[in-house]
Design a protein around this ligand. Structure first.
Ligand code: PLP
Length: 287
């Protein structure tokens, strides 16, 4: 549970933490966010997430609220004050608070910064990964800049809720060409019939996952066959394995899509091995 939140320069009880009703994140989803995994109180894939945060801010012309060093201090301090050993730290930066107007406010309006941190039960998480999850496919109705990590997640949450109501854990989103883009909060992968590990290329309208990049590096080092090439729901049904990647789930097996079992319907060896290798590496490199 997150007890302490950082909001615009102050740490305080999360229950009382608040931003202004005219915060542009609240009114327009004019805000970006990042999520770091926390291992033994340290930030996982620190550099990748920080670099993507800066790219997201720059893409939207939101001023960087403070130096990298200062922001890193706030992230770590929020983790420390919440006594998180294993878990997640969440950062949101909006364009700030101003009278409601679509146009950007004047340049002297400071961005709003919010940081929270929460613990995750790793044993429970491992048990979940050992079972794998089911997904359903849903149309990808998002905007054209999914490479920017904005808080504008309405299509994602609608698809996720739809998936839950259909008895699955997540939705894999399908573009107009019938190819899967990604999950609602994760990148999508298969090990195809020929044993090739595949995930959508970053020319497509997807988030450039930091865990995705780490898994690509690890798979290449292991000499595994890799292709950054999309796949259809039918290809997932014929695949040997499937899995998703993100900062909170690392690499997690997907065992069914649209109620059809993938492979033998159990977590596959490639996904499980990549998860182990990712965790070893990311835990060691955490700062
Ligand atoms: N794709 C989407 C839409 C996401 O929201 C996320 C993470 O939240 C990812 C992919 C995976 O990104 P990362 O590995 O950097 O957590």
């Amino acid at each position: 549970m997150s007890r302490v939140a950082y909001v615009n320069g102050r740490y305080g009880p999360k229950a009382d933490a608040a931003v202004h009703i005219e915060d542009r994140g609240y009114q327009f989803a004019d805000a970006v966010y990042e999520v770091w995994g926390v291992s033994d109180g340290r930030l996982m894939d620190y550099e990748g997430h920080m670099a993507r945060l800066e790219r997201s801010l720059d893409a939207l012309h939101i001023t960087r609220p403070m130096s990298r060093a200062a922001l890193t201090h706030v992230l770590r301090e929020t983790v420390r004050r919440n006594r998180v050993r294993d878990g997640l730290v969440y950062l949101q930066i909006s364009r700030g608070t101003a009278a409601r107007d679509h146009a950007f406010p004047s340049a002297d309006v400071p961005p709003s910064v919010v940081v929270t941190a929460k613990s995750v039960d790793r044993a429970k998480q491992e048990a979940g990964a050992a079972r794998g999850i089911s997904v359903v496919t849903r149309p990808d109705i998002r905007w054209g800049r999914c490479d920017i990590k904005t808080v504008g997640l309405l299509p994602n949450i609608l698809a996720k809720q739809d998936a839950i109501e259909a008895g699955a854990a997540d939705a894999w989103l399908v573009d107009d060409m019938g190819t899967i883009t990604e999950g609602t909060a994760s990148n999508a992968w298969i090990v195809d019939q020929d044993g090739v590990i595949r995930t959508r290329d970053t020319q497509a309208n997807i988030l450039h996952g930091i865990t995705r990049a780490a898994i690509l590096t690890i798979a290449a080092e292991q000499g595994l066959k890799l292709e950054e090439r999309g796949f259809t729901p039918d290809e997932v049904k014929r695949a040997r394995e499937a899995f998703y990647t993100n900062a909170s789930g690392f690499a997690t097996p997907v065992v069914a899509i649209d109620r059809v079992a993938i492979g033998n319907g159990k977590p596959g060896p490639v996904a499980q091995r990549l998860r182990e290798l990712y965790l070893q590496r990311a835990e060691q490199a955490a700062i």
